[in-house]
Design a protein around this ligand. Structure first.
Ligand SMILES: NC(=O)C1=CN([C@@H]2O[C@H](COP(=O)(O)OP(=O)(O)OC[C@H]3O[C@@H](n4cnc5c(N)ncnc54)[C@H](OP(=O)(O)O)[C@@H]3O)[C@@H](O)[C@H]2O)C=CC1
Ligand SMILES: CC(C)(CO)C(=O)C(=O)O
Length: 313
């Protein structure tokens, strides 16, 4: 299976590297010029569970993706939420009627964006608890463990999706075929809706948030707002299980020492965040359904205010 990773930042590099190390044909696509140059000159360098490794992989900018490139069987979407449509506009030349697209991105609403580029039965939705961080262009830090849950959006995509699960699992990505990925997307949105904004505003990692005396009430209140809104869309979240899932991430021996992607964006790199696709999306849906979401609204405002203060772009 020929695989393209659309958005080869921290997570795209992780998934691409692990799939390539396992012997798959993988190309990376990204627009960050210095990152492309470093990977071309030195390979993708990674601190991989404490060991320095190099993986030599092909990388292209979206503009270099033209009709001369062969189409691919699978595109893994790992841009930031706000860059998804622009990326897919640019890489249209490698998308054919046989191409499947898998989103592993955080946030809500990506299936609708992807449906503009491929048929619904070629869309696969997924969530991942793997983590990754850029240490600089061409260099990524990968530690801890994780998993991936996948499911096709329409029944016709099931056979291909199960093949993808097998390929990802063989690459050590702990992939499983989900029976209800829409539930998993809301469950993961709760993880990001609590940890990402709180770590960013409180300037700490996951363990840092988890060990505060106010974490329990903040996290439970945010989960409750997500659950009330999700219920209006037919998803009944098990709030106790979701809370336990989130508290399990506080462990420093697991992913507790990770600084969520939103922290990396805003605090480390002064880049705009995905808050509008997470807490902001829940606040907007809450408004539509007549549900009050004060914590999501406030956290969204705080993150936007911080973006302005730091001059994020
Ligand atoms: N990091 C993590 O641990 C996890 C992330 N995710 C999700 O995965 C998706 C991708 O996130 P992630 O990989 O973290 O994002 P990154 O910020 O690492 O990469 C996203 C894009 O940002 C650009 N970029 C990143 N850093 C720089 C920089 N310093 N200077 C210039 N450009 C830069 C690159 O492309 P471009 O120039 O085209 O913008 C890159 O493709 C998101 O939806 C995220 O929420 C999910 C689970 C865990
Ligand atoms: C690892 C995790 C779950 C932390 O919130 C994540 O998805 C991120 O960094 O965005």
């Amino acid at each position: 299976m020929k695989i393209a990773i659309a958005g080869a930042g921290a997570m795209g590099s992780r998934i691409g590297l692990m799939l390539h190390r396992a012997g798959n044909e993988v190309i990376l696509i990204d627009r960050w010029a210095a990152h492309i140059q470093m990977i071309r000159d030195h390979g993708l360098r990674a601190n991989y569970n404490g060991e320095d490794i190099v993986e030599h992989m092909q990388i292209y900018s979206p503009e270099e993706i033209d009709a001369k490139h062969e189409s691919v069987d699978l595109i893994v979407a790992l841009t930031k939420s706000m860059g998804l449509r622009e990326m897919f506009e640019e890489i249209k030349p490698i998308i054919t009627e046989n191409t499947y697209v898998l989103s592993l991105m955080n946030g809500l609403g990506h299936a609708e964006d992807l449906a503009e580029f491929v048929d619904r039965d070629h869309i696969i939705l997924g969530v991942t608890m793997w983590t990754a961080a850029m240490e600089g262009p061409g260099k990524v830090k990968l530690f801890g463990t994780g998993n991936i849950e996948l499911q096709n959006l329409a029944p016709a995509g099931a056979t291909f999706t199960k093949d993808v699960v097998q390929i990802f699992d063989d690459a050590g990505l702990n992939a499983t075929y989900s029976q209800n990925v829409k539930y998993s997307i809301w469950r993961k949105a709760c993880v990001n809706g609590t940890l990402n904004g709180l770590c960013t505003i409180l300037d700490t990692n996951i363990t840092g948030v988890g060990t505060t005396s106010t974490a329990a009430e903040m996290v439970q209140t945010i989960i409750n707002e997500f659950a009330l809104v999700a219920a209006k869309e037919g998803i009944e979240l098990d709030q106790t299980e979701v809370y336990e899932h989130i508290t399990a991430t506080y462990d420093p021996a697991g992913i507790g020492l990770h600084y969520p992607s939103m922290y990396q964006d805003l605090i480390k790199n002064q880049r705009l965040t995905e808050i509008d696709y997470i807490n902001g999306a829940v606040a907007a849906k809450g408004k539509k359904y007549g549900i009050s979401t004060p914590y999501c609204t406030f956290l969204t405002q705080l993150v936007h205010a911080k973006e302005e203060i730091l001059g994020a772009k």
